[in-house]
Design a protein around this ligand. Sequence first.
Ligand code: GLA
Length: 700
Amino acid sequence: MTRVIGLHSTEASLVFEHDPQAGLLWRHCGLRVAPGDLPPLSQLRGPATFAMDADVSLPVLPPAGLGWFGPAILAARSGDGAPLIFAPTAWDVASDERQLTVTARDSVTGLEYTLTIAVQEGGAFRFSAGIANRGTQPVSIDAAASLQVPLPADARRIIAWRGRHNAELTECNEPLPQHRWERITRRGISGHGGPPGLYVLGDGTGWHAGLAYAVQLAWSGDSRLAVERDDEGYWTLSAEAVAAAGEIRLDPGAHHRLPEAILAISSQGRNGAMQQQHAAVRAMLCWPDGIMRPRPVHLNSWEACYFDHDAARIERLARAAAMLGIERFVLDDGWFKGRRNDAAGLGDWEPDPLAYPDGLAPLARTITELGMEFGLWVEPEMISPDSDLYRAHPDWALALPGRARPTARNQLVIDMRRADVRDHLFACLDAILREVPITYLKWDQNRDHAPSGGAAQTRGTHDLLARLRAAHPAVEIEGCAGGGGRADAGMVPFVHRFWSSDNIDAVARVGMQRGFLAFLPPELMGSHVGASPAHATGRSQSLAFRAAVASTGHLGVELDPDALDDTDRAELARWIAFYKTWRHLLHGTRVNLGDGADGLRWQAQGSESEKLLFAIRTAPPQDRRPQPLRLPFAALTESWSVSLLAVAEQPEHGLPRAPLFGRMAQHPVAFTGSWLAEAGLPMPCQKAESVAIFRLAAAS
Ligand code: GLA
């Protein structure tokens, strides 16, 4: 007897058929359905030409061969290198309303794959899987997917992201492949293209409506995402962490846990799938005391002074920061022994005696007295060949026998696979946190891995982070890798913010921030007001525009306030106050993204009854007058009071405004929800590089 099992979220259903012979088979992976009294697959699937005599329908854990010709859930070898086919012979399936666990055992190889799919708060499905060797011989796992799901035949487009240092998260929009599409990373970190994740969109799917799938793998190392066409007429989508050849060897009785994967399915377009991803990621966060407190405004010293540290200068910077209303002062690279430039010092985690003759304690005291928290930059996974640590332990760098050790930014990667190395790093970081009142670490990682340390390198880093978090639960951590080179859900259980890019140019940030939000929520998105001209691009933008774009994430400042003129300094203080007023609406809430007419992009964040709307124009308009901005989310509420909070632009070159906007700046103006959704919010004229910020409150 076959049995139909369904897992349902508000919007989506995963429906399976448990056939005692064939195992667990897919029936549906899509929008919510009531399966009812379904006829079994054996009755649906008649003979097809050139097909196997015994029908092979899409299994949840497909084997490599034996009549299944699509991708396998895992590829393995025996101890002597002979390929093994994982083809389960026994299945245990247990399920309730919120989750399903399937354990598939192969009596021939002794391999066992266990998968739990759980419905998350917010509607996404979390896939957690592991492999065990129940046989009597060692086994090597060459590849193992954390998630493999079917995509419907009417799926149309893949949205994925690519990127490099200073140009993170460029969106790529491609048709579903006729053969196979792959996104592989081999740099040892998830990379500047963002998390290992993708969106798959149905016919006509946009930001607000239409079928959308979003998958992200919670992994911070190498990965493979694949979409493969099957001649049955659908695609399979798989996501897996990639290990080094021969790395995952399971002795009899051993178990290997795979990274988790998050699947979102929505009829509410990209926004619906994004909101599910945000909710799932929020559930993985471990805030001190279990709760997110208001995200403090940072001042980060990096672009203010780079490596040019001395205690008096940094103290001046801290005082200038406090005057602006900054709440956390982050001392970036350059504070430790021998670190006068990027050619030396990584590994020697003690204050540089020339820059800080009395250590960091006096600075920490000043910062605390100024009412700010003290944060410190570290790059524990790296070692400079010119460091005491390297001179003492040259064998601690990742290296291959007989091969050169290629440096990048003059540094080598520490072998995080080694427990003794992790112990040493823990002891250094633990000592720093015990000696000085530091409540925040910016944890950087500034090069690709060559040679590779495989998946164990990533696990070693996660392990050290977990140990540090356990020992110092009140300390928050920011994940960074040459800007946004390692911002992914694999890091989320250990960090509380990601630095999204070393490119702080606000125009460049608009696209990157959208890519970031595709998988991670805005309270994790480190976004700073940088200097003008921007150091990464040389472009100049008004302070208001830079600040408005940065206000959509976790705000920080990355410039020397003393280098600003009085007008800009006062303006920056006003934006910091603005962010503090509204951060409760910007963080932990629902995000909607959209495109208006004529190149306008918009973003709304907030609760169901109150939202901030940012209408962002990066390029000059083509049209004389802006078209009203349609806001589909507004339809759910009968009536809204709309106020214009600010138009962030170059002050001396603002455009004249229609009288309505003067009124809206003084008093809220009422619009029905249907008007805003279908006819649109009237928009002020905006020049290039400006942001109009509105508040929408549900009118009672
Ligand atoms: C990376 C980070 C920067 C800064 C420098 C310091 O590039 O992304 O923010 O911390 O390293 O070397």
